[in-house]
Design a protein. Structure first.
Length: 261
């Protein structure tokens, strides 16, 4: 699926779909077993556009933050509303700078509408294509395309990934679903930037685990992306609160390890 097709995606807005989404969220597949003792904030980029890999990474690097890049391999080398998407040349430099490459399916499939088997095959294709593109590290993080998943699918991810991110806003505290973690979307609207900023400020008072996710990082970018200024403002705000600005893997490992210590 090309980035252009992403623009054409229409979520299932039927009442049945709304009820199913609510039930899916309630049905926790793998609860976070502990309350984070410090605040962890993961800045993440979905699909992902080249501007996230260069401008986005530069902004994180300025303050020593490390982020997560959820790669939809079927979009690699294409371009569309979000600008140019990543290709194999973007992976090694991100890893060398300490950022993490995460899975996001091969075809950006709506996992709630596809069969369980089709989703599993699509994810396996995503992982094997990342390997073919030269990414040799284990991929332990995944994000649901469009945030869509199902109660039967989430348990199937527990043996494949350490943590899986969704798109519903919220902080991840003890009991949060490691197979559908909450995340604040940072899009082109000022409201999304303000909401993420408020969450970061609140997290400074009560240790928790936050995700922020966006797409392209450009002036006059897509409706799903942000500007360098807005991203920089949030990253610096997060840095100023003293939060750990780490990759998703680093966050989950530290949260679990600190409890065991
Ligand atoms: Zn996506």
């Amino acid at each position: 699926m090309t980035a252009l097709a992403l623009a054409d995606y229409v979520p299932d807005r039927s009442l049945g779909a709304k009820i199913r989404r609510r039930l899916t969220r309630w049905k926790v597949a793998k609860p976070l077993p502990v309350q984070p003792r410090e605040t962890y904030i993961c800045f993440t980029f979905d699909d992902f556009p080249k501007s996230a890999a260069d401008t986005g990474a530069e902004i994180l690097d300025e303050v020593g933050a490390r982020g997560g890049y959820y790669a939809c391999t079927g979009m690699a080398g294409t371009s569309g509303t979000m600008g140019e998407l990543f290709d194999e040349r973007d992976l090694a430099p991100l890893v060398a700078a300490g950022h993490e490459i995460c899975a996001h399916t091969e075809s950006h499939v709506d996992c709630a509408r596809a069969s369980l088997n089709d989703v599993l095959v699509d994810i396996d294709t995503n992982l094997s294509h990342l390997k073919e593109m030269g990414h040799s590290l284990p991929v332990t993080q995944f994000a649901w395309p469009y945030g869509e998943t199902s109660a039967s699918l989430k348990p199937a991810m527990t043996t494949k990934f350490d943590a899986v991110r969704g798109i519903l806003p919220g902080a991840n505290n003890k009991g949060a679903d490691l197979m559908q973690l909450s995340a604040y979307e940072l899009d082109a609207s000022d409201a999304s930037t303000a909401r993420a900023a408020a969450a970061i400020e609140a997290a400074a008072k009560n240790p928790t685990w936050l995700f922020v996710f966006t797409h392209d990082v450009r002036q006059n970018g897509s409706p799903w992306g942000t500007t360098p200024e807005d991203l920089r403002r949030l990253v610096r705000l997060a840095r100023d609160t003293g939060a750990n600005l780490v990759t998703p893997s680093h966050a989950v490992q530290e949260i679990l390890a600190k409890d065991a210590a």
